[in-house]
Design a protein around this ligand. Structure first.
Ligand SMILES: Cc1cc2nc3c(=O)[nH]c(=O)nc-3n(C[C@H](O)[C@H](O)[C@H](O)COP(=O)(O)OP(=O)(O)OC[C@H]3O[C@@H](n4cnc5c(N)ncnc54)[C@H](O)[C@@H]3O)c2cc1C
Length: 440
């Protein structure tokens, strides 16, 4: 397969504008002659179907739920980012673009991310016009809150139900077009196959999930807005129905399909309680945005959270990522959530290693080193590939340093040095490094 993302020419800021300018327009009078089949009626599908119908195309829209209102977009809680800079804290389209590329571990297609950042500004206005009740401040203006992966406040939200409210807005717009006869809605209908004509998707085969009837629909173009994949690691915040069957069927007809392992993970999921649980429950993103995330410093602490004094709490995100703190991107925050207990245990082991035999110290060092082999740099927030990361063994200072291949920065961390046997040998009790936060 020849991979061609068809990324438009020009500097990243101009690619999307160039493409929009070069794309052939359809005469408004001709739009009604074309039929578009939209598979999916979540935020993506419902918006696409309503917009295409508003433009004048004939639209048929399909979903397997009993109503477009049941699409999994309803589960989104936290909010929607837009570079409007309402809070005047230095936001811009470029900064949203930059944060998104970085938050995506530098794997996203940059031209598309820039387009997303540009469009983010308009989408809020569109949603407001649809009636989405975004939170407002006491003066009546749209409110913003902070969110993971960003140091500016740019998230528009509707309490903890942003997805639900956005879906109500999109559904209202879709219903209006259904009422006008511009969209024909097919709920409880599963797409089974894509029909190709000269290599272009021109139709679909579907099954009516009530009668079992299999039939085909012909059109001029097919939009697949069938959502993400949630089942690859069994537990996910996505419903079991988010199984990318439509995408897979399109792939079997020749469409590119990549990275099914990139599923969504959340730092604030209620832990698995048993085999019966097929879906992780998201508590609230605001747990880490407006609040502070911590674990007891002592492993296995049985006290109620309110009884644990501040000094005995480990605010591990603030400790590990001083500049982002609780606003670290969710994958980084989720990974970090698994570590505080083991890190605390490692520190305790390393502290005791300073007074025990060198054999014990060496094994503490080895354990710590392997555990941190793919750690995340607190400066650039990139995950360091194992072999590129190097560790200076306390040559001149008492502390261990790590040079990160990602950004070239050097992290000096007292936590690490306490686990380092050579540091433990060199330092006396009075000059031993303290357990202060990592220096930046
Ligand atoms: C718990 C949770 C919290 C989230 N929080 C946020 C957040 O705070 N901010 C944010 O920006 N994003 C968030 N997201 C992500 C966001 O909600 C999703 O990326 C987005 O809603 C996906 O929309 P969609 O329209 O692509 O897919 P969906 O809403 O999943 O819709 C898919 C549609 O495709 C249809 N479909 C699928 N397969 C077939 C088939 N074979 N035949 C026919 N129809 C089919 C379904 O019926 C459905 O209508 C969150 C997601 C989850 C799960």
């Amino acid at each position: 397969m020849k991979l061609d993302a068809k990324i438009p020419e020009g500097p990243v800021q101009e690619k999307w504008d160039n493409a929009r300018f070069k794309v052939k327009l359809v005469n408004p009078a001709n739009k009604r002659k074309y039929k578009v089949l939209v598979v999916g009626s979540g935020l993506a599908g419902a918006s696409a179907a309503a917009t295409l119908a508003e433009l004048g195309y004939q639209v048929e829209c399909f979903c397997f739920q009993d109503s477009p209102r049941r699409a999994h977009s309803i589960a989104a809680q936290g909010g929607i980012n837009a570079a409007k800079n309402y809070t005047n804290d230095g936001d811009s389209v470029w900064r949203l673009f930059y944060d998104t590329v970085k938050g995506g571990d530098f794997r996203a297609r940059e031209a598309n991310v820039y387009r997303l950042a540009q469009l983010s500004v308009n989408i809020i206005d569109q949603a407001v016009a649809q009636g989405v009740p975004f939170a407002r401040d006491y003066g009546g203006l749209l409110d913003n809150r902070s969110f993971g992966g960003a140091q500016v406040s740019r998230t528009f939200y509707a309490r903890g139900q942003t997805g639900q409210q956005l879906l109500l807005g999109a559904y209202a717009a879709l219903s209006r077009q259904i009422g006008k006869g511009a969209v024909k809605m097919f709920p409880r209908t599963e797409m089974l196959d894509v029909v190709l004509v000269d290599g272009h998707a021109k139709g679909i085969v579907v099954r009516d999930l009530v009668t079992g009837e299999v039939r085909s629909h012909a059109g001029d173009a097919v939009v697949l807005a069938t959502g993400g994949y949630g089942n690859v690691f069994y537990l996910s915040t996505n419903a079991k129905g988010c199984n990318v069957t439509a995408t897979w069927r399109a792939h079997k007809r020749g469409a590119g399909f990549a990275n099914p392992c990139y599923t969504q993970i959340h730092p604030t999921c209620i832990p698995v309680s048993g085999d019966h649980q097929s879906k992780l429950t998201l508590m609230s993103e605001s747990l880490r945005n407006d609040g502070r995330v911590w674990v007891p410093k002592k492993q296995g602490d049985k006290r109620a959270p309110g009884e644990i004094p501040d000094a005995e709490r480990d605010y591990y995100l603030e400790r590990k990522y001083p500049s982002f703190g609780n606003l670290a991107p969710r994958d980084i925050a989720s990974r970090a959530a698994k570590k505080p207990a083991t890190t605390a245990a490692a520190s305790a082991r390393a502290a005791s290693a300073s007074t025990s035999t060198s054999a014990t110290r060496s094994s503490a060092w080895a354990r710590t080193r392997s555990r941190r082999a793919t750690a995340t740099c607190s400066t650039c927030m990139r995950r360091s590939p194992p072999r590129i990361r190097t560790r200076g063994r306390c040559a001149s200072s008492r502390r261990c340093t790590t040079r990160w291949a990602g950004c070239g920065s050097t992290t000096t961390c007292s936590r690490r040095s306490r686990a380092c046997s050579c540091s433990a040998r060199r330092t006396s009790a009075t000059t031993a490094p303290t357990a202060s936060a990592p220096r930046r």
